[in-house]
Each structure stands twice: as C-alpha cells, then as structure tokens.
Ligand binder design. Structure first.
Ligand code: ARG
Length: 407
C-alpha cells in the first residue's frame, strides 16, 4: 500500500530541507513540498531540485503574489493595521494565505497531513495552526506536523543531522551570523543572533532593502501616489498593478533609506522579542493613505478608522484572520474608504517620507471656509452664538462646583 502523504510548506532553506527527511523518518509519510511565492521571497530558484534531493516525491511552486496583495496586503493597508503603531504586519498577513494554500494543496494531492517550519516560541505557529484547523474543519481530518517544534535540535545538531542525511547545504562559517529572516513583498523581518541584545544597534549589514542615510541620494525624489477607494492604483500618474507598484516603491523608498524599524514587540505567546523590519513601500503607502484620509473623511470617521485599525492589527497579529469579526471589520473599512480616492505627493529624502500635497475630487476641505483672504465665506458672526452654547456646561460646572474649590 502506498504511504500516506504530507504537504510541507517549503522555503528551500536549511530547516525546511531537513524537515523533508525528518518527517519521512519519524512519521513514515511521503512528502510533497509546497513553496508559496508571496513575492521577494527567498530561494524560489532551485527549490524543486533541493526538495527532490531530500527525497520529496513532488514539489509544487505556487505564485500567489496577486492574491496576497489584493486580499491581504490592501486590506491591512486600508484598515491602517500597524501592530503596536510600527509593524505593518508583513509576515503576519502572509501566514493565513499560506495556511489556506497548504490546505488546498493537501486536498488536491490527497494528503492526510500538512507541515510547517515554525518553532514553539513564535506567533507564526499560532497563525498556521489556527488557519489550517479552521479551513480544514470540514472534510477529512488533517494532521499538523511542526518539525522544528517537535525535534528539539540545536542549530549545530541540525547541521549534523543534515550532514548525516547527505544534504548539501550552503556552508556557513561558525563565526558568521545567521539571522532568522522572513520576507515577502510587503516587508522583511530580521531577528536573532546579536539583535537578541536589545541595546545592540543593528549592524549595517543586517539590512538588505534599505540604504543607510549616509549613502542615500542627495536629491529628494517626489512621487505621486494615486488611490481609488483606499487602494493604491498608480505612481506618478502611471497605472500599475499592486505587485509592480509595491516592488517599485520598495526600490525607490529603500534607496532613500526609508522603512527601517527596530521594535521590541509583544508576541502573542507572551514573550517580548526584538525584531528589525525593512518595509519601505509599506511605510510610504500607509503614510500616504492616512494623508488622503485627512481630506476625504470626516473627523469622526477618521477617529473610528484609527480605532478599528488597532483592533485589526491585533487580530491579524494574533492569527484570527479566518473569523467573522475580520470580515465585519473589512466591511466597515470598505465603507469608510468609499470616497478615499485621490492623489498624495510624497517627498522621499534621507530616511523619511514626507507628505507635501494631497487632493481628491471628494475632498471635504473647502477653500471658501478655510481661507483668511478676501474670498472668505465663513460666517464669523455665527461663531459667537455657537461658542455661547458650546461652552455652557463648562461655565455652569465652574460656577457651581470648581470655583468653590479655590476657597
Ligand atoms: N515578528 C514578526 C511577526 O510575528 C515576524 C516573525 C518572523 N520573523 C523572522 N525574523 N523570521 O509577525
């Protein structure tokens, strides 16, 4: 009888290549690897060969960049989802989609198990496991295997294991730092090694998408970003698909040293951990969209969008993507974005992106009301009566209560 199958989320790196061997050994399963391309990803080239050399019976490579951008990245952007005010959730937005693709692949090849490379300390195991369990809740049960959570090997033991299994891995010198890096189109996350000391400044060579400001152009770049209902659609008047637009902005903003974030963050599992991010395009787009909102949303809408954005960020970070609440929040945000259409001009220079202009056919900014020139249309006389009534409760409270405190 043929062995049962397991679909393994496969990046092509050392851990996931060892996992191919380890799962076959420990669980007596055939391995089909699935490499999900979320853009800017690592080592897509040669993954099939590497998977085969470790004994995988088949390997799938799925380019899901468009789906990632339209169904995950843009939703996070519209919601203003910035975890703890700084992290654009690049990794966190990618995980639910990967979980979805793992379940799809498992059903497609008739697997009884899926596997991912998360350890037992991070957020990603929560996002993967809950995503998989939720989406596989109907149909045949799918077992979840997480080798790195189960095998208890140190880095050196892993290397030894790889050697014994006859795996060819790119040799890394003992004195060389090996950060744990996760990257996709929306951003790059770097952790581990010397960054585990929270006082240690990230060394320049930890970064790969952004230049140090000492090495950025001495001329600013101005870029005009156009949005339709909260979704970026063009750069400098040129229509671009989401993937191309993000790639272009990553290059441009990265060249100006924009998008470096050094954050000590609260993980869902209760640990504080230091993570360094490079998210040039995401930072520029969040700032630009927020600027357009200042023109297109009423004050209360802005306040509520900001509150919902925080809830949305926690929900994404905590792996609650496949929930009714997330859909409810999306509906609310999409409604908020109905008139958030227009252009924002950003100046990219020496590590910062600065808004220098915003315009919209639906702008609530009214020149006649705002101007101090002779074109002023605002009824100054009406202000007096407004303030009389507006300040009434404060005046009465002061007269009947606070005034007496001074005695
Ligand atoms: N801290 C981020 C998150 O939880 C990124 C996790 C992966 N980071 C890494 N360097 N491998 O979403």
């Amino acid at each position: 009888m043929a062995r049962e199958k397991c679909v393994l989320a496969y990046s092509g790196g050392m851990d996931s290549t060892i996992s191919v061997v380890w799962i076959q050994e420990q669980y007596d399963l055939d391995i089909v690897t699935l490499t999900v391309d979320l853009g800017a990803g690592p080592e897509i080239e040669g993954v099939r060969e590497r998977a085969a050399s470790a004994g995988a019976i088949d390997s799938l490579v799925w380019d899901v960049r468009d789906e990632f951008v339209s169904d995950y990245v843009w939703r996070g952007l519209k919601a203003g989802a910035m975890y703890e005010g700084v992290y654009v959730l690049s990794t966190a937005l990618g995980r639910p989609l990967m979980a979805k693709k793992l379940v799809e692949a498992a059903r497609q090849v008739g697997a009884t198990a899926v596997a991912h490379g998360c350890t037992g300390k991070g957020n990603d195991q929560v996002r993967f496991d809950s995503g998989i369990m939720t989406l596989a809740a109907h149909g045949d049960p799918l077992r979840i295997i997480a080798p790195a959570r189960e095998w208890g090997m140190t880095r050196d033991e892993e290397k030894l294991y790889a050697q014994k299994a006859g795996l060819k891995l790119r040799e890394v010198g003992d004195d060389q730092r090996v950060y744990s890096i996760d990257r996709n189109l929306w951003g790059l996350a770097i952790e581990g090694e010397d960054l585990e000391d929270t006082w240690f400044a990230p060394p320049e060579d930890a970064y790969s998408w952004t230049r140090p400001v000492t090495d950025t152009p001495d001329e600013a770049t101005e870029v005009e970003i156009s949005f339709e209902q909260g979704v970026p659609v063009a750069l400098d008047g040129k229509k671009l698909g989401g993937v191309a637009l993000i790639e272009r902005l990553n290059d441009l903003a990265g060249m100006h040293g924009i998008g470096r974030v050094d954050h000590l963050e609260n993980r869902l599992v209760g640990i504080k951990s230091r993570e360094v991010y490079e998210t040039p395009a995401a930072v520029v787009l969040h700032d630009a969209l927020r600027a357009l909102e200042t023109a297109c949303l009423a004050r209360d809408q802005q306040r509520m969008r900001s509150y919902v954005g925080q809830q949305y960020a926690d929900l994404v970070y905590d792996g609650r993507w496949f929930t009714g609440l997330r859909e409810d929040l999306d509906a609310m945000i999409d409604s908020t974005m109905r008139y958030v259409t227009g252009d924002v001009r950003m100046r990219l220079f020496k590590g910062s992106a600065t808004v220098t202009g915003r315009r919209s056919p639906y702008s609530l900014y009214d020149f006649g009301l705002a101007t101090y020139s002779k074109d002023d249309e605002f009824d100054h006389a009406a202000a007096k009566g407004f303030i009389d009534i507006y300040s009434l409760p404060a005046r009465i409270q002061h007269r009947n209560q606070t005034m007496h405190d001074a005695r």
